[in-house]
Design a protein around this ligand. Structure first.
Ligand code: UDX
Length: 445
């Protein structure tokens, strides 16, 4: 049997930890290095610093093959070095590659052959620049491979273990062989490409997914204006084998650590190269507006929002994660506060208390909706499936649900005595909301 090469992973963030834990599970000896000592301490103590289903179990089961360190020396002797550091946006929208360059610049004068494998999402052309920098430092024997990740939060372990494809972009055939070989136990389809194309595959895949979401969200908005139901439309469209059913869930828009930053980074990359990527610009703008449409739905039924109590249910940018990066909940909460509403928020895992001032955080759904004029489903957590209950209705001042994720069955919610507004679904008539003393006259549209 071939001996498995030892792996080093730069970055103990979400991508680095999932990558490290999964390779350990596949039998590789892995060391994960991070510059934050507390994070490494936590991991050594068996504590997982983020919420990702299955990750804790993998880290635990593979303890003897997984080490965590802050020391550069303990990682750079390994033949495979994955780069899984953050590439956040700069003020200009370009990706900030300082953490990537720190890794490259810190590599010592390696005697042995090694391969630097880029998993971080980087602009097209980064590999070329890193290659030149390595060559200039006399490290021509260090290979460079682009191997982007396609992991979705909340299902990252499953995505890693069952990839649709593994993309390997290399300058040298031999490096491509080695990196593709690491994934052999997964029996996945491997797409071999040049480095620039591998970098673009990642950006294009994300942009296409975002385009689908903004597309269905605009269809939803037209459905609202014309009386169609986007859920039925998405089903009918998605069954066309040329289109497929995925990423056609209408809602209040995307958030997260990837789409917002990678979308802007691709738009910026294009414009830096002299091309105006009009479609992507529109896709991003549609998403920005989509997050705010909930306000209009609330005003339709409640009039001015000053003094109104609104329960935001779910804060994470999607279920099964505690990630609040670019979450629509943050925009929504800020807009509601700006309108003078009282915001009560609930999420089973995400803690937004440091990000949102002036919001009341509640320990349960019932607490959040208590005395509320409206309940807004922001994240489709399982716990919210039963929201349209008698108990919740009894606790609310106005039985209004705005379902930002089309989680509930409208018929059921209405039968349970709620006024229900979804996204791209037939709207509730205005008069359906029982009058309360606090209710003010309707705002003009
Ligand atoms: C995404 C990509 O899926 C992944 O391949 C990439 O590596 C990182 O970015 P992630 O951000 O974790 O992963 O979540 P994803 O499940 O793709 O959802 C992104 C956002 O789109 C969420 O806010 C989600 O609510 C929203 N979404 C998704 C929709 O609004 N409608 C859909 O149909 C699908």
């Amino acid at each position: 049997m071939k001996e498995k090469p030892a792996i080093g992973v730069f970055g103990a963030g979400w991508v680095g930890l999932v990558t490290g834990a999964c390779f350990a599970e596949l039998g590789y000896d892995v060391v994960v290095r991070d510059v934050i000592p507390e994070r490494i301490e936590q991991l050594r103590d068996g504590r997982v610093p983020l919420h990702e289903p299955g990750l804790g179990e993998l880290l635990e089961q593979n303890r003897e093959r997984l080490a965590f360190t802050t020391e550069l020396d303990e990682i750079v002797s390994r033949p495979i070095l994955f780069v899984c550091v953050g590439t956040p946006p700069t003020y200009s929208g370009d990706a900030d590659l300082s953490a990537v360059w720190t890794v490259v610049d810190q590599l010592p004068a390696l005697q042995e052959r090694a391969i630097l494998v880029m998993k971080s999402t980087v602009p097209v052309g980064t590999g070329e620049k890193v290659r030149a920098a390595l060559d200039a430092r006399g490290l021509a024997h260090v290979g460079y491979v682009s191997n982007p990740e396609f992991l979705a939060e909340g299902s990252a372990v499953r995505d890693f273990m069952n990839p649709d494809r593994v993309v390997v972009g290399a300058f040298a055939e031999a490096d491509s062989e080695v990196v593709a070989g690491l994934y052999e136990p997964l029996e996945a389809s491997v797409v071999r490409a040049d480095v620039a194309s591998a970098e673009m595959i990642k950006l294009a895949a994300n942009a296409f997914l975002m385009t689908r979401i903004s597309f269905i969200n605009e269809i939803a908005n037209v459905c609202e204006a014309t009386g169609a139901d986007v859920e039925q439309v998405a089903k009918g469209v998605g069954l066309d084998h040329r289109l497929g059913p995925h990423f056609l869930r209408a809602g209040i828009g995307w958030g997260g650590s990837c789409f917002p930053k990678d979308g802007v980074a691709l738009k910026q990359l294009a414009s830096n190269s002299g091309y105006h990527f009009q479609l992507l610009s529109a896709v991003i703008e549609v998403n920005d507006l989509q997050k705010r449409r909930v306000i209009g739905k609330l005003e339709k039924h409640l009039g001015k929002l000053r003094g109104k109590k609104v329960a935001l249910l779910g804060l994470a940018f999607k279920p099964n994660t505690d990630d609040l990066r670019e979450a629509p909940s943050l925009v929504l909460a800020s807009r509601l506060l700006a309108e003078g509403a009282e915001v009560r928020a609930w999420d089973p895992v995400a803690d937004a208390s440091r990000l949102l001032q002036g919001v009341t955080f509640c320990g349960s759904v019932l607490d959040a909706v208590s005395g509320a004029d409206a309940a807004v489903i922001v994240t489709e957590w399982d716990e919210l499936q039963g929201l349209a209950s008698e108990e919740v209705r009894g606790a609310m001042r106005n039985a209004l649900i705005v379902d930002g994720r089309n989680l509930l069955d409208p018929e059921h919610a209405r039968a349970a005595g709620f006024v229900y507004e979804g996204i791209g679904r037939a709207a509730s008539p205005l008069e359906a909301l029982p009058e309360t003393e606090e209710r003010e006259p309707q705002l003009e549209a």
